[in-house]
Design a protein around this ligand. Sequence first.
Ligand SMILES: Cc1cc2nc3c(=O)[nH]c(=O)nc-3n(C[C@H](O)[C@H](O)[C@H](O)COP(=O)(O)OP(=O)(O)OC[C@H]3O[C@@H](n4cnc5c(N)ncnc54)[C@H](O)[C@@H]3O)c2cc1C
Length: 400
Amino acid sequence: MPAQPGGNVSQQSALSFNNTQIAFQDKSVKELKTSYRIFKIISNPFLSRTGQKLVKWAVRVGLPVTSVIRSTVFKQFCGGEDIAGCEPAIARLANGGVGTILDYSVEGSQDEQSFSRTADEIIRIIKRAQHDERIPLAVFKISGIGRFELLKKVSAGESLTAAERAEWTKLNGRVSMICAAAEHAGVPVMIDAEESWIQPAIDKLATEMMKRFNRDKAVVYNTYQLYLRHKEESLKADIETARHSGYILGAKLVRGAYMEKERARATELGYPSPVYPDKDDTDNAYNKSLQYCIENLQQVALVAGTHNEENCMLLTRLMDLQRINKQHPHVYFAQLLGMADHISFNLAHAGYRVAKYMPYGPVKAVLPYLFRRAEENTSVTGHAKRELSLLSAELKRRKH
Ligand SMILES: Cc1cc2nc3c(=O)[nH]c(=O)nc-3n(C[C@H](O)[C@H](O)[C@H](O)COP(=O)(O)OP(=O)(O)OC[C@H]3O[C@@H](n4cnc5c(N)ncnc54)[C@H](O)[C@@H]3O)c2cc1C
């Protein structure tokens, strides 16, 4: 029988994601109640969608809603409005042995000036992380520093105009600069995966960077979305390429965040969806990929980006079986701030290396990110129900 939520620390020496005392160690009763209310609202499709519409409308007509958002959903899912503002949140995670991955979540306009500014901000993150063990990794999105349509054209193998070739060269320069800064600071940097129609360009850039910077250790990580039918095979092929070419493959494994968009585009343009038809297929691909990485840990540095309890448990078992040290530099567990604390803090407490994405940016600028978190938790596979049961177990435990 699985242990019940709310178990006592001293009673549970083995790893359990039900230990709410460890999971919510950094939260006051007031904060637990706020989190409970937030998950209650976003788990209800009607309230969640109405709330999103209301916020969008209020922002459009200029109503002063930022302070309400700042003290509720923003506080739940974001670290602060700028790097310095994230300090308290970084310290709180660090108290529980969990690292921070600062994630500049502002979706800027599609012009060169804004791409340059974003690249500068990512370099500031890397410099901030240097010499601070609490910030072990950095992350960025290629679409934040390069034009989406350009990435699409490169991905489709279309020929570029002279102006586009110059743009592509500039983008390569920005990516190089970020990865060189990561190498210099000793802070590995992950490149997020995005829509499948721009991913080949992202993979191309990430592979070039890994060849350059990952000779001795993993400085650059690419991301594998295991909901894509071909990804398990490309992960295997990339590990072999890395072996033959003499570099370490950095691989963040995720399921994938663009399922509906992928399916809608495939239907609209009349091609087979690249996403598996069933969740089970995605789960299988994820499990097998974890196993493959663990069996090839000399060649691959792994970040398991997931809120799936079975996956995290499986990864600990695989490490156990292969007698891999919990602090092995090639294994990280990663979750998002404000979600799955029961996984992050319990793993860290058990001695594993864990870090959380900490999105930040001005409140209004991170609204699209917050809406996506709300959508994700509202969906059928959403984890809001689990969050609610853990939060209420901890509230009950504290009453006694
Ligand atoms: C640290 C971290 C980094 C991340 N980075 C990225 C990134 O770079 N790019 C990116 O795209 N996403 C990224 N994500 C999001 C991730 O892809 C998932 O959307 C999210 O984590 C939910 O999946 P899960 O593994 O946590 O758990 P689960 O709840 O077990 O899985 C939900 C996921 O399963 C898949 N799924 C659901 N239903 C079906 C179905 N019917 N058929 C096939 N597949 C299905 C979908 O991918 C869905 O998101 C990241 C997540 C984390 C925690």
